[in-house]
Write a protein that binds this ligand. Sequence first.
Ligand code: ZN
Ligand code: ZN
Length: 579
Amino acid sequence: MRSTFLSIILLLAACTPAETPAQKAPVDFDGFKTRFLDAYWKQFPSAAISVGYGKYYDELPAPDSAYFAGSTSFAERWLDSLHAIGSGQLPLPERISYRMMENELRRSIWAIDTLQDQRWDASRYNIGGDVYAILTQDYAPLDARLRDLSAHLARAGDYYAAALNVLKDPTKEHVQLAIGQNKGALSVFGQDLIDSIAKSTLPETDRQMLNQRVGDAKAAINGYIAGLTNLLSDSTVAFRDFRLSQALYEQKFKYEIVSDMGPDQIFQLANTQKDKCHREMYTLAKELWPKYLANSPEPADSLVMIKTMIDRLSLQHVKPAGLFDTINAQLHRINRFILAKDLFNFDTTASLKVRLMPPFSSGVTMASAEFPLPYQKTSSAYYNVADLSGKPPDEVESALREYNHWMLQLLTIHEAVPGHCMQGIYTQREAPDKVKAVFANGAMVEGWAVYSERMMMENGWDGDAPEMWLMYYKWNLRECTNVLVDYGIHRLGWSEKDIRDLLVDQGFQEEAQVREKYRRATLSQVQLCSYFTGSTEILALRDAYKKKMGNSYSLKDFHETFLSYGTAPVKYIREAMLQ
Ligand code: ZN
Ligand code: ZN
């Protein structure tokens, strides 16, 4: 299959320069994409698992230097094949897929050769997520999945040995994260797995081998944890700074955000938006003061006044036991609102499941969303809600104040509808090809969820209540300050104290959130900029599209058209929609 394909590409390459695009034989671009993706999943089997591809789950390549060299030459070969086709003759939607593949291939070469995070990010190495997916994904019958698992685990020893070996220049922060997350991975090898093996009809010898490999895999994980723990206590190890250099930061922004705006411009815009939030919040707090705090004198400092009002409103929140039902009820209310306001052609019976967060992924977050798997037709979007039972009461109270009566509504809008879950359902169903679903652009995905909050408010969500607007701006401030935190830490050398001053005094956040945000900013780079950048671009595109369409503009048409491009970068969608 591979050799046939390569000869087709060579043929194309040979005749391309001599012919003008008009004379060229039509390219089977769908066939090209299918072959490329299959090769891509084979090269990166962990990525195949994350999109539900259902093939190559038995593979677990050891992350040694030969594998990384092989991955860059893989990407270079496919870039050549792609360029041999050229984008000029392709119809516009296909040109978007072309550019997404091109960007992904260039990004992966850059990541291995230049960013080199395989040498410094110890948390990249963890088999827990893939093992959990093989056990729970509905891609094949249980016996077949356990056979995949057995083959997968047979390589765990080599995998972790290579990982320790390739980590030449680790950061302390990622080593600590890797230790914690690999300890979490051990929980995947618990009672559920033992039960699954017992339930299967695998021959006895296969079962014994699988049990043996489970034991070996746990030993390999423990070996990795021990190796990393030794690194931390070794006084001769010089850890790398977690901050990226200016050049690396800008390149990462270019490959991951994919925007015409650069980090400097986004930083400026986020600062301006922060000031705007403060002005709006001050007006709202003043308006609400007589209703809630009539007996207290108004603080002279506007930020103190805002903070006082937020604290007062935050006392209104659900009881821990009512969280799940409240969120379900919100979802129904949102669906009715969307229909009444004619915002989408959304089929509200689509498969969106609200469930308690699976223990493996549960942590400090109140809720999270999972897209349906692009390759699994029947898979659902999940809106995961934290299970608060058994958590310390003061932690629960603090979390519920943060996700108070109003913030909880914004959370559901962001994570579920019309935010992540709904977008995931559109992408799975309507994207004309898999490329637009599997190489999801993070700024588009987060930007869409952030745009959704704004759009719901503009349409009068929750009766246009001033309380709702005040909390909306608090939420929006988080998205602006995410940019300031990321850029501040990596580009301006801000300390943890600088971050605390910003987030507490100007972002009205609590100590626990501030610690978590600082930690996250030391472990990721650029990602925190995706929310604000994506939403800024979507709002600008909506303005331009409105102008273009004139009298025939409708908000629903904008939404339906925009989402039909899958999760492509907003910049590419913009070119298509404004053409
Ligand atoms: Zn309370
Ligand atoms: Zn999000």
